[in-house]
Design a protein around this ligand. Structure first.
Ligand SMILES: Nc1ncnc2c1ncn2[C@@H]1O[C@H](COP(=O)(O)OP(=O)(O)OP(=O)(O)O)[C@@H](O)[C@H]1O
Ligand SMILES: [Mg+2]
Length: 389
């Protein structure tokens, strides 16, 4: 159970989250990059490969406009399409109408800018890796997946079957841009490590159907679990009964596999398999590591607020007693179920205010919720500033 700190009454002068947060080290951000922890935790992570990215590929990701490969394009491919198919693709330079000289020049230029010409080796490595992972993958860069670019996907999932599927998602995502342009935002300024020293990787994970109800985010500080939260912001009635099993599984998983992470403070995401199976060990259901995130305001605090997490962090505990670890689930009728975290990730753009309201206390969150609801209603009535943000 979380106890409100009386000092955090909303009437005390508000502090921003950054003022009360322990300074985030650049080494911590680097330790949370997928390729840096994956080598250590391969056996507990669902099958994945990391591909070091070249300057040409990074330039392609950074530039405006989306030129997709002219070999396979984007899924869903026709059933008969093969790697060598000549099918006309979404962004392949068009040969129609047949050429005036100027068009031909443009075509040449387009071809030279095409992924198949600009980074042919990497492009075919990506193709081979998709095949090696069974033909369907989900991509991310060092820290982020392009969850905000789902609207670009024909299947409305992050499932990719061709390099073109991957490029389209990565190039459409603000989260990916954040990985590229702002990896060290809000880190300790006295550490001179330049962002230019970062080695970027494309992470390809073998795609499988995850039940979002069984994804959990766990907050760790001083090598102690502070809390476990459901990650998907929907109410799942069946989770209530599983609460103590989830606690036991996740705490056991942490103690056995993750307690030696280089930093004492971090946030990990895991997936609890829906059914017990052989190889799940004595605990029955297997737990998988999905991601490790910085213990920093940039990481979504799920059903906790960062204010609560920071208060739990400073609370003395007699002994590491797993029974005191809260597993927080979304109850039916909770305000989160109104859809803050779903839809188009508008939450990722607005909510510094919401997060900071969380630091100020529960009343401030409710006040924010009331205001936010009003803004949304105005937008729906067409009175708002527009839906751009
Ligand atoms: N192998 C996989 N197959 C299918 N879906 C997956 C797989 N791995 C992850 N996912 C889904 O993709 C989602 C995002 O993955 P991940 O947590 O790595 O992204 P992220 O950008 O780091 O998210 P956040 O910003 O919340 O930390 C997961 O919540 C899960 O639903
Ligand atoms: Mg993450």
């Amino acid at each position: 159970m979380v106890h409100q700190d009386p000092d955090s009454h909303p009437l005390t002068p508000p502090q921003t989250l950054h003022e009360i947060f322990p300074p985030v080290q650049k080494s911590h951000i680097l330790n949370c990059a997928f390729a840096s922890w994956h080598t250590r935790y391969k056996s507990i992570t669902p099958k994945a490969r990391t591909i070091p990215l070249t300057p040409e590929f990074l330039a392609y990701l950074r530039e405006d406009g989306i030129i997709l490969p002219d070999d396979e394009g984007v899924s869903p491919p026709a059933a008969t399409t093969t790697a060598d198919s000549d099918d006309e693709e979404m962004s392949a330079p068009s040969n129609f109408p047949p050429g005036e000289a100027e068009d031909e020049e443009d075509d040449e230029e387009d071809r030279a800018r095409n992924p198949t010409q600009r980074f042919p080796q990497l492009h075919s490595q990506i193709k081979q890796t998709i095949a090696a992972l069974g033909g369907a993958v989900t991509p991310k860069l060092n820290w982020s997946s392009p969850k905000d670019a789902l609207f670009m996907s024909a299947t409305h999932t992050l499932e990719c079957r061709t390099p073109g599927d991957i490029y389209l998602l990565l190039k459409s995502s603000d989260f990916i841009t954040h990985d590229l342009e702002h990896p060290f935002d809000d880190t300790d300024p006295s550490d001179p490590t330049p962002a230019s020293s970062i080695q970027y990787h494309l992470v390809l994970r073998k795609y499988f159907n995850m039940n979002p109800a069984l994804e959990f985010r766990t907050f760790v500080a001083g090598r102690r679990i502070l809390g476990i939260s459901q990650r998907d912001l929907n109410h799942y009635a069946f989770l209530g009964e599983l609460k103590s099993e989830i606690r036991r599984l996740v705490v056991g998983f942490f103690n056995e596999s993750l307690a030696g992470f280089p930093d004492g403070d971090f946030v990990f995401d895991c997936y609890v398999e829906p059914t017990a199976r052989e190889g799940g060990g004595e605990r029955g259901r297997r737990v998988w590591l999905v991601d490790i995130n910085p213990f920093a305001p940039r990481t979504d605090s799920a059903l906790f607020s960062w204010g609560e997490i920071l208060r739990l962090r400073t609370q003395e505990v007699e002994e590491a007693d797993e029974e005191v670890v809260e597993v927080r689930l979304l109850e039916s009728g909770d305000p989160e179920a109104w859809g803050f975290g779903t839809a188009t990730y508008s939450a990722s753009k607005l909510p510094r205010e919401l997060v900071e309201a969380g630091v100020q206390g529960e009343e401030a969150v409710w006040e924010f919720a009331r205001r936010w609801k009003g803004i949304m209603e105005e937008i729906e009535r067409g009175e708002g500033e527009g839906s751009e943000t």
